[in-house]
Ligand binder design. Structure first.
Ligand code: NAG
Ligand code: NAG
Ligand code: NAG
Ligand code: NAG
Length: 248
């Protein structure tokens, strides 16, 4: 009985460490290297929006990232290339050839933990232009336009084109977000919505349309590890219940 108890304690400690590790995976970051394959120490570790000036002799920078970011190269402060949007879970080291550019601007979207109950719409594609956000309280608008959007976490949102009347359109989180328990659901182009009202969750009696946005980025992943995490989480609950029984 004692060795069984010890095994459970050991198992619980292992599981707690694993869960700790999986929680820290939420935090958004973008790390930058000048060395191929992201080897050695990064020259910059960003958790938010930053601008970096690079030596003219640097041909390429390499990055690993977690979360949803925009990366933009500029020659001078007023002469920038098109922004690229990248989403990732630190699975890939990617190169960015610099060409004539010496300024690197990075922008983080959303909350650090990637699970805030908030949706942000943009009037232009590519998460650009005027933006407006809605939290759990919901909001009514005298019709705004959305051409791109993102939201974090295992949340869903309903929006209606004109005020708070009629049939809503439901946006639910992706399967990847569901499996991980955190992350981004977004569309960077291909939508053109009139937004009259937004509310948290899809609770109306109408059957709303569900839009699951495919991830367009090359360096996203399917969240294999998080399935393991959720199994471990369940194992931990069972282990804790056992511990409780054994100790009483
Ligand atoms: C970034 O983090 C790594 C690992 O923690 C560290 O070795 C490196 O010095 C950091 N770089 C900067 C610029 O802070
Ligand atoms: C990102 O992945 C690399 C390579 O697997 C690993 O060395 C590094 O610790 C990870 N960074 C974080 C913050 O998890
Ligand atoms: C939006 O309008 C509806 C209907 O007029 C109202 O019930 C709701 O409380 C409003 N929501 C907000 C956040 O003001
Ligand atoms: C819901 O989807 C159907 C079929 O795709 C479409 O005809 C309808 O206009 C959609 N309704 C809304 C409110 O988007």
């Amino acid at each position: 009985m004692l060795s069984y108890f010890r095994t459970l304690v050991y198992l619980t400690i292992v599981l707690l460490i694993t869960i700790q590790d999986s929680i820290s995976q939420h935090a958004q970051f973008l790390h930058l290297w000048t060395t191929p394959n992201c080897e050695g120490a990064p020259f910059a570790n960003s958790s938010g929006t930053n601008v970096y000036s690079l030596p003219e002799t640097t041909p390429t920078v390499y990055y690993r990232l977690n979360g949803l970011w925009a990366i933009q190269l500029c020659n001078t402060a007023n002469n920038c290339n098109e922004r690229i949007i990248r989403v990732g879970t630190n699975t890939t080291c990617s190169p960015v050839p610099l060409g004539q550019n010496t300024i690197l601007e990075i922008t983080r979207f959303g909350d650090s933990a990637q699970n805030e109950r908030k949706i942000t719409f943009f009037e232009q594609p590519g998460l650009q232009g005027a933006s407006f956000s809605v939290d759990e309280i919901g909001a009514n608008f005298t019709t705004r336009t959305a051409r791109s959007y993102y939201f974090t976490g295992t949340n869903s949102w309903e929006h209606k084109p004109s005020g708070n009347v009629g049939v809503g359109n439901c946006i639910t989180h992706t399967m990847g977000v569901r499996d991980r328990g955190f992350g981004f659901t977004y569309a960077t182009f291909g939508i053109n919505w009139q937004i009259g009202s937004v509310k948290y969750g899809c609770t109306s009696n109408e059957v709303p349309n569900t839009t699951t946005v495919p991830t367009t980025s090359p360096n996203s992943n399917g969240g294999v590890r998080t399935k393991v995490d959720s199994i471990l989480m369940h194992s931990l609950i069972i282990a804790l219940v056992f511990l409780k029984i054994v100790s009483t």
